[in-house]
Design a protein around this ligand. Structure first.
Ligand SMILES: *Cc1c(COP(=O)(O)O)cnc(C)c1O
Length: 458
C-alpha cells in the first residue's frame, strides 16, 4: 500500500514510512493511494468475531505486514483493556446506541490508537536496531494515552510536556504514576500553548531532531486514524451491517475519529451518514451550514478535548472531496493561514454533504443532556459524549444511530457532578490511582534547558 500527501508533492511512502514521518515533507497529511474494499460477505463474517480478529481483517490490507506480525501487535495493544468486548455497544433509546470507547487504560478513545501505535513503533524500531524519542505536548488526554502506551517499550523514550497546575488530577496522575524509566512527565511552568510551542521549536531545530531521533505521535499520524477504523466495523456489524445501514454521530475536534468512519464507509461498510458533533467551538458545523470555513477564536468549554479551531484532519476530507487534488488543498491551507479561512466550492461542498451531517451543542445543552440521560437511562455521559448524544438526537430516523462515547465520565468529574449531583467513580482497576506515588519533573519555560534535560536523560 502506498501513501500520498494531501498537498501532492511529498515523496510517496509505504505504511511504515508514513507512520514514522507523521506529517509529510510538504506540510500535508498521508492518505492511502487507494482504499481497500471489503465485500458484503467479508463484512458479514465480522459479526461473530472478537474485536482483535476484526481489527486484523480491517487493518491488514493497509499495512503490507504479515498476518502473524500484525495479529501479535494487536493482541498486545488491546490486552490491557478493561472490557472483553473492547468497544461495547449499549442502547440509549429506540434506535439509538452508544459505542463505549472508554474502557482502555486511560479511559478515553485515544487509547485505541495510541496502544497500537506504541506496539507498531516498538516493532519497527527493534527490527531496525534503532531507538526513537517521542516528545509531545498535552492538555491532558493525549499525553496520558501516550505515556500509558509507551511505558516499558525499550526502543522508545517518551517525554510529555503538560502545563503545570492546569490538567485535572486524574489526567496528571495517569501521567506521573507509571514507574517505567523510559517515560517522563514534564510539568512546564506555562500554558498548553507554551508546551506546544516548545515541542514545535524542538522539531524545527533539525540538529537536535536528528541527534535525539525525534518523532511525533499527534492526531494526524495515519496509523492512529487506521486503528480507529476498526470500531466502526465492530459496532455496525453488531447492529446488522451489511444487511442494515447505520448512521454514526462523532464528537469531533481534530476530525481524526470521524475521518476513520469515512474510511470504513469507503471500504464498503454501509454507514449512511456521519454526523459531526461540535461544542460551541463550531467551525466545522458552520462550514457545513455556509460552505465557508473560517476561524472565529476558541472558547474554553466543559468538553476541552474538542476546543479546537484548526481541525487538522479535515484536510484529509477536503482532499478526498476535491478528487485528490493536492494543489487545490495547498491553496485552501494557504488561505486559512493568511486570511483565517477559505470558501469551499459548490461541487466539493455537495460531495461533503452527501457523506457528513453536522450539529452543535452549547454548554447548557451539554449539561442538560448529561442530566436528562442520567434520569431517563441511568447512563452517565462525559461532556464530550453528551455533545454527541444531543446532536445525534436531532438526526434520529428509522436508521439505527450509533453515537461514539469518547471518554469515561470519571475523567471529567466536575461537569458530571454539577449536572447529576453524583461523583462518577473510577473503574475498579484504577481505584488506587490516588495512592500511587507520583514522579514528575518541574521545568521552566526555557527551551535550551528543556533540550539539555531531554538529551541528558537519553
Ligand atoms: C480527542 C478527543 C475528541 C476529539 O476527537 P478528534 O479525533 O480530535 O475529532 C473527542 N472527545 C475526547 C474525549 C477526546 O479525547
Amino acid at each position: 500500500m502506498q501513501y500520498h500527501s494531501t498537498r501532492g508533492t511529498a515523496p510517496v511512502l509505504d505504511f511504515e514510512g508514513a507512520m514514522l514521518a507523521g506529517l509529510a515533507r510538504d506540510g500535508g497529511l498521508y492518505v492511502p493511494g487507494e482504499i481497500p474494499q471489503m465485500s458484503r460477505e467479508d463484512i458479514a463474517a465480522l459479526a461473530t468475531l472478537p474485536y482483535e480478529e476484526i481489527a486484523l481483517r480491517v487493518m491488514l490490507p493497509f499495512t503490507g505486514m504479515s498476518e502473524e506480525r500484525l495479529g501479535d501487535l494487536i493482541a498486545k495493544a488491546y490486552g490491557g483493556f478493561g472490557h472483553t468486548a473492547r468497544a461495547p455497544l449499549v442502547q440509549l433509546s429506540q434506535g439509538h446506541f452508544l459505542l463505549e470507547l472508554f474502557h482502555g487504560p486511560t479511559l478515553a478513545f485515544k487509547d485505541f490508537a495510541m496502544q497500537l501505535i506504541g506496539q507498531l513503533f516498538q516493532d519497527a524500531m527493534s527490527r531496525r536496531g534503532d531507538r526513537i524519542t517521542i516528545v509531545g505536548a498535552t492538555s491532558g488526554d493525549t499525553g496520558s494515552a501516550a505515556i500509558e502506551a509507551f511505558r516499558g517499550l525499550d526502543a522508545v523514550e517518551c517525554f510529555i510536556l503538560f502545563p503545570h497546575g492546569r490538567v485535572s488530577d486524574v489526567q496528571r496522575r495517569q501521567m506521573t504514576t507509571p514507574v517505567e524509566e523510559n517515560v517522563h512527565a514534564l510539568a512546564l511552568d506555562g500554558h498548553f500553548d507554551d508546551c506546544q510551542a516548545a515541542v514545535k521549536d524542538m522539531f524545527n531545530d533539525h540538529a537536535f531532531r536528528d541527534r535525539v531521533g525525534l518523532t511525533a505521535v499527534n492526531s494526524i499520524n495515519w496509523a492512529r486514524v487506521l486503528a480507529q477504523v476498526v470500531y466502526f466495523f465492530s459496532a455496525a456489524t453488531s447492529l446488522g451491517a451489511p444487511h442494515r445501514e447505520v448512521d454514526v454521530t462523532v464528537p469531533t475536534g481534530n476530525f481524526g475519529d470521524i475521518f476513520a468512519g469515512y474510511i470504513a464507509r469507503s471500504m464498503g461498510l454501509p454507514i449512511r451518514r456521519l454526523i459531526i458533533a461540535t461544542n460551541s467551538n463550531d467551525i466545522l458545523h458552520r462550514t457545513f451550514e455556509t460552505g465557508d470555513h473560517r476561524k472565529e477564536g476558541v472558547q474554553p468549554t466543559i468538553s476541552p478535548s474538542m476546543d479546537i479551531e484548526v481541525s487538522s484532519n479535515f484536510e484529509r476530507a477536503l482532499f478526498m472531496a476535491h478528487d485528490r487534488d493536492g494543489a487545490a488543498v495547498t491553496r485552501m491551507m494557504a488561505e486559512l493561514k493568511a486570511q483565517g479561512g477559505f470558501t469551499i466550492s459548490d461541487n466539493a461542498m455537495a460531495e461533503l454533504r452527501s457523506i457528513y451531517g453536522s450539529g452543535r451543542a452549547s454548554e447548557d445543552e451539554t449539561m442538560a443532556t448529561i442530566r436528562r440521560l442520567h434520569e431517563t437511562t441511568g447512563e452517565i455521559l462525559c461532556p464530550h459524549s453528551a455533545v454527541g448524544v444531543k446532536v445525534a438526537e436531532e438526526h434520529l430516523s428509522d436508521c439505527p444511530m450509533i453515537t461514539l462515547a469518547t471518554a469515561h465520565p470519571a475523567k471529567f468529574p466536575d461537569a458530571v457532578t454539577e449536572a447529576t449531583g453524583l461523583h462518577p467513580a473510577l473503574p475498579e482497576r484504577m481505584v488506587d490511582l490516588f495512592d500511587r506515588p507520583e514522579r514528575q519533573t518541574r521545568v521552566a519555560n526555557d527551551l535550551d534547558a528543556l533540550k539539555t534535560l531531554i538529551e541528558g536523560r537519553l
